[in-house]
Design a protein around this ligand. Sequence first.
Ligand code: NAP
Length: 326
Amino acid sequence: MMAPAERSPGGGPGDARPSIWDLVIVGGGAAGLACAIYAGRARLDTLLLEKMLPGGQIVLSDIIENYPGFPDGVSGMELAQRMHEQVGRFGARVETATVAGIEVSERPFQVRLEGKGPEDAPRARSVLIATGCSPRKLGVPGEREFFGRGVSYCATCDGPLFSGKRLLVVGGGNTAIDEALFLAKIASKVTVVHRRDELRADRILQERAFADPKVEFLWSHVPSEIVGDDAVRAMRAKHVVSGEETEVEVAGVFIAVGEVPQTGFVPEAVARDAGGYLVTDGDFQASVPGVYVAGDVRSGAYRQIAVAAGEGVLAYRSIRQYLEER
Ligand code: NAP
């Protein structure tokens, strides 16, 4: 481990890099950032790799109301920035890079980066996978074709492009209703298309959506096609029982039908469950010793920001013990 004076707070340019990191964290969401705060404070040589902005899916949330300590809520962007700053304060290094693979057959592990050769692969005594999830695709005709031309998976990113327009959200979970409420502030009307006749979302979100005059529901329908010319013009949906098809004219379709774990870079030796989530033991260790998993990508996780942060801390505790025993 490096002496504190040589450390790189937040990873400024030109800082010294150890030849072998104690810990490489893949993914800069709540789990990865929380682990990095603790690892930095413990003076572990820690490298956190994030492919986009630190914060992961947090930054996609307009407002987060259930993270303790913010009674008036906090924007996803602000919470992510604060967590990132806190990591920098304690010395873990944060870099933007996409991980292409992890060589787990030898020690130290080698973390291969997209666009870089093996000589640039960080070597690590332990790895935390905290890559979270990405939005699940609907798989209907028009979805891929109109992506970026009216089809979106992120209301806070793309909603402002549709000011005063009629919009549609697919899904009935927390994400769908959060997005519908956010879009209702921008759009002329928002139709939520859900495959059942009751929502999965938390009751407080349901109450708000039912009370919002701009939010309406198309119950018991599944999307069959997204249609348009240069951009989206409408979505067709079928009633789940009668099969009758309805067409809703909209300028934008926001899809929020759940998530899939981001594990494309994870070697096959790391066990998955039937849904593709990474399996761990009670210490957050994956099926390969020295590889740990925390947050939404972990099998059985309760997918909440506060829980992801807590899992990052618990994973840190196990990683530290693992490193001390070697
Ligand atoms: P989710 O809870 O899995 O909900 C997905 C929704 O999409 C469900 O309503 C589901 O219908 C529907 N759906 C799934 N596949 C579909 C398909 N092929 N066609 C049509 N509809 C389909 O996913 P999420 O809303 O993205 O949330 C993911 C996790 O993050 C959850 O644990 C959630 O609680 C959490 N989260 C929390 C908050 C918050 O606390 N405010 C905000 C966002 C997300 P069924 O209901 O019929 O299954």
